[in-house]
Design a protein around this ligand. Structure first.
Ligand SMILES: [Zn+2]
Length: 221
């Protein structure tokens, strides 16, 4: 925290789920872990409260364990104080541990040499891939693919302009629910845009509407 002052501390929800399920007796423990993960991944406070109320009603021992041991801002996505993006687990750290599983048994200097070699190999590989990638593709493949799907869905959503100066829009989805998008602040009331840091389907619909008004601007760039 002293080295990275903008970082905040949160728990790996997979490891926490393994502790939570052990706090319950005479129930399907795998289901406890699954339901806990669903609560942890909620994007909005309303969604979390609804899921968590059902969770603690069904598994009161798990609720008591969580209340006793962990603050909600350490595991609930929508209450996290920093920028957690969509990273809920320590999978990346576990992967690195796996890569250096044997190397970690070396003496210090050979261990550092082996790690530098591996990191250099990765940097070289991905430098080449990035140079071969078209300049128009600014996103990583996972998000690029997601954007392709969302862009198609976004064209079908009705959008109402709320404030053309601050680029605020109301977007209605199938079923009648409405979401408010602010393209200047890069937020949406569904909270995906705020937390994941790339546009949700509502933000894309709003950006398409804004683009119609000003063909030369790119509001979400
Ligand atoms: Zn949204």
């Amino acid at each position: 925290m002293q080295v990275y002052p903008l970082a905040d501390h949160g728990y790996c929800i997979y490891h926490l789920s393994q502790n939570v399920k052990l706090s319950c007796k005479n129930v399907n423990r795998e289901l406890v872990a699954t339901k806990f993960m669903e609560c942890a991944k909620a994007y909005t406070e309303a969604e979390f409260k609804k899921l968590y109320a059902a969770f603690i009603k069904r598994y009161p021992a798990a609720g008591a364990y969580l209340d006793r041991t962990v603050g909600q801002n350490k595991w609930v996505r929508c209450y996290f104080l920093g920028a957690r993006y969509n990273i809920d687990t320590t999978n990346t750290v576990e992967s690195i541990n796996g890569v250096f599983r044997y190397v970690r048994a070396y003496a210090l200097l050979p261990m550092i040499d082996a790690m530098v070699t591996k990191l250099s190999e990765w940097f070289n590989k991905y430098r080449k891939i990035s140079l071969e990638t078209p300049r128009t593709q600014k996103l990583i493949p996972f998000v690029e693919n997601l954007m392709h799907i969302r862009c198609v869905e976004a064209t079908l959503l009705p959008v109402t302009e709320l404030n053309s100066y601050f680029l605020e829009y109301n977007v209605t989805v199938v079923g009648g629910s409405s979401y408010v998008v602010d393209l200047v602040e890069k937020t949406c009331s569904c909270k995906l845009f705020d937390i994941d840091k790339y546009p949700c389907v509502h933000a894309i619909a709003a950006a398409l509407e804004a683009g119609k008004k000003n063909r030369n601007s790119d509001p979400i760039a």
